[in-house]
Design a binder for this molecule. Structure first.
Ligand code: FRU
Length: 728
């Protein structure tokens, strides 16, 4: 990798201060007057009220608190005593202002109820608070200071208040001094310039560091702004910022606020390859047959479509953070939905806001006019979640480069909570149909239906909120037709919400008439959300394939979350009406590296484990059995316990239970196990249980047991799978 450090420029009004700031950090200025260092066994001579501060300075982190750092010596003021809800104050004795500045270390929550205050003549003349106002954040203290020259010679006091409760309801303070040296602090609008010579700028990320506003300017024009947890020193990981679109141009990275000695900008390197890529896709918590982004966070799948022989998977992506934020549309393509190639972000936040979820269609008849040379355009329909929150479109004729439509937005704000357009072509009415999630004032969830002749102009046709006010539809709606038990004469429309609860009914091109509403979807533990089905799968294939956001947290990795395996959806008739079934797509069979078939007709409690001879990291286990007089049939897959309770006809996966009825007296199970979880399919796919779970790396054991009686097995197979990322 070639590092090209092109000319660097730090522009700041505090340049001089930066140079001398380092000295200050060690607290060595001979003339400094110490006001308080909080190293004593009590706060005396400061006076305490309430219980937030305890009776003496804290010795670092308090119980239940994230790691506190950046204070001097052993003690500090830490109002997390008894947690965030405790309140109180600390007041200093009077002192004379004899230097130009008062400097201090401060951290904790950001609020006007959390403050270090300077009082002169009984009035608050200066006030400072901590940096954190949202979940996450950091317990790191940093230098701040006040210019107090105007109060020279006056008597003053300091007060530290904590009147805040709830998240970040505490403040940390340490080492308060009077000084004549303008102390090191933040520099504002710090910039560095580059000439774009390679694909990436590598941005250093420290998870949970305070977020900085980082703006990229190209030839002086603002292109994109992101909120980034920049690493001032050693990063946790490097986020690649793709600047290939501006080769040869002058790029400026501007950071709103940076510590004077921060290495965040100076450490940025340019190269064509990902930094630290040696381990890419081999990371210990990288799902090996589930899509996850190379770097950063993903949530919902977006723009799922089949176009020019490729499946396209766009996704909600934070390229510059381990957590949610800076929503871009990441992009990956695959010929089989199993082996994905990530191509980089295609929609970046713009003046209309961050790029929230949406869908994609192939405009075969070029109704939009975006086609070129007879090539039908691929059109993305997305939410720009600014203020107002609107719907926009973007198009491409090669599936690689996308252009946002100049006439955006195509749909104005309805309420603040209108998002996640899913669009489909409705052949009988020859119109585009959009389903859009809309929260009504008062919080009611609805799906609004729109139609369009050309993807650019939309007319509302109806609103659905389920039957009799059962407002079950949460975000990211999907809408498609499925035949019941494969009978093309018996088709039903399915309206699906983000949590996979769904309604079944009919649709006339304008209005959905539900016959059944609020049917429970997947049965996992909150691990599967906002799935989307692929558009434009050829009629000759005829499948409806869904992929979902699989909430698999991967601590310590330079990426976070993943997608489920692609799932084929069907409707099957049950006594309760038609119900949706989920099964893994057959394309996954190509990952089978080694298959084991076990010819056991019966399994008794005393039998030895038939799977004892198999060790596998990536597992597909298939079983068909009749429980017979066994009370339980229990599978252990790398530490995950999957138990069929014959009497209750329930399945439990790691203790989480779901109904799993026998079908024709049989239970058919599919268990997929990757490094981040298990996906379990029971009752011919009527019960789908995606469960995040991290098997121990060394535990490769598999086991099947019958309890309380003998079970009959029609088949039992284990397929050891290979990685979809790495050829072994
Ligand atoms: C669902 C969701 C969507 C939204 C997106 C933002 O997970 O909240 O409604 O468009 O995530 O990332």
């Amino acid at each position: 990798m070639i590092n090209q450090l092109i000319h660097m420029k730090i522009i700041t009004s505090q340049r001089l201060a930066l140079a001398i700031g380092c000295l200050f950090a060690t607290g060595l200025h001979a003339n400094d007057l110490l006001i308080a260092d909080f190293e004593g066994d009590t706060y005396a001579p400061w006076q305490v009220t309430g219980d937030a501060f305890g009776t003496a300075p804290a010795k670092g982190t308090l119980s239940g608190q994230m790691h506190v750092e950046g204070f001097k010596g052993k003690g500090l003021v830490n109002s997390f005593f008894k947690g965030d809800d405790s309140t109180g104050s600390l007041a200093s004795p009077e002192f004379r202002i004899e230097r130009k500045f008062i400097a201090f270390l401060i951290g904790g929550g950001k609020s006007d109820k959390l403050a270090l205050q300077l009082l002169v003549d009984g009035k608050v003349v200066r006030s400072a608070t901590g940096p954190n106002e949202k979940q996450g954040g950091s317990e790191s203290l940093a230098w701040e200071s006040w210019d107090v020259a105007e109060f020279s010679g006056k008597m003053a006091t300091l007060r530290i208040i904590d009147d805040a409760k709830g998240g970040w309801g505490h403040i940390n303070v340490d080492h308060i001094v009077q000084t004549d040296v303008k102390p090191k602090g933040f520099a504002k609008d710090v910039e560095r310039q580059f000439t774009a010579t390679t694909r990436y700028l590598h941005i250093p990320i420290k998870n949970d560091a305070p977020k900085r506003v980082v703006t990229l300017l190209v030839d002086g024009q603002r292109v994109v702004r992101n909120d980034i947890e920049l690493a001032d020193a050693a990063p946790d990981w490097w986020a690649p910022m793709d600047v290939s679109a501006w080769k040869g141009k002058t790029l400026t990275l501007r950071v709103d606020k940076l510590h004077a000695d921060s290495a965040a900008l100076s450490s940025i390197e340019q190269s064509d390859a990902l930094k630290d890529a040696g381990n890419l896709y081999r990371e210990p918590l990288r799902g090996q047959f589930h899509f996850s982004p190379m770097r950063g966070w993903n949530n919902d799948p977006n723009g799922c479509v089949f176009y020019n022989g490729e499946y396209h998977l766009f996704f909600q992506h934070n390229p510059y953070g381990w957590g949610w934020g800076n929503m871009h549309w990441g992009h990956a393509v695959s010929r089989d939905m199993v082996h994905w190639e990530e191509l980089g972000d295609k929609l970046a936040p713009d003046d209309m806001g961050p790029m929230f979820s949406g869908s994609a269609v192939v405009d075969w008849n070029n109704t939009s006019g975006f086609g070129k040379d007879g090539k039908p355009p691929l059109v993305l329909i997305y939410t720009a979640a600014g203020n107002p929150t609107v719907q926009g479109i973007a198009y491409s004729t090669d599936g690689r480069t996308f252009t946002k439509y100049g006439g955006n937005p195509v749909l104005k704000q309805i309420t603040g909570g209108n998002r996640d357009p899913k669009v489909m072509w409705h052949e009988p009415t020859k119109k585009w149909v959009m389903v859009l999630y809309v929260t009504l004032p008062g919080g009611k969830h609805t799906v609004h239906f729109f139609t369009s002749p050309n993807l650019r102009e939309w007319t509302q046709t109806s609103i659905t909120d389920g039957i009799a006010g059962t407002a079950y539809l949460h975000e990211c709606p999907d809408f498609f037709e499925l035949s019941v038990d494969g009978d093309a004469t018996k088709k039903k429309w399915v309206l699906l919400g983000a949590d996979t609860a769904y309604g079944i009914g009919t649709f006339d091109g304008a209005r959905f008439a539900p016959e059944q509403s609020n049917i429970r979807g997947h049965r996992g533990r909150d691990a599967f959300y906002a799935p989307q089905s692929f558009s434009d799968i050829p009629a000759s294939d005829g499948r409806r394939i869904l992929i979902g956001w699989w909430r698999t947290e991967t601590k310590g990795m330079p990426f976070n979350q993943s997608m489920s395996v692609p799932l084929e959806l069907k409707l099957t008739q049950t006594v309760d009406g038609p119900r949706m079934t989920y099964t893994p797509v057959r394309e996954l069979d190509s990952l089978r590296a080694k298959s084991h078939k076990f010819d056991i007709a019966t399994l008794k409690p005393e039998d030895k484990n038939p799977l004892a001879g198999v060790q596998a990291e990536l597992v597909e286990l298939r079983a068909e059995f009749e429980p017979g007089d066994a009370s339980e049939v229990l599978f252990t897959v790398r530490g995950a316990a999957i138990v069929f309770d014959a009497k209750k006809q329930e399945l439990s996966v790691n203790g989480h239970r779901a109904p799993a009825p026998l079908r024709d007296g049989k239970q058919r199970l599919i268990i997929l196990c990757d490094r981040t979880g298990v996906e379990v399919f029971a009752s011919d796919g009527l019960t789908f249980m995606p469960m995040a779970f991290q098997p121990k790396a060394g535990d490769l054991a598999l086991k099947v047991e019958a309890k309380g009686g003998t079970a009959k097995f029609q088949s039992l197979q284990v397929h050891e799978l290979k990685s979809a990322w790495i050829a072994r």
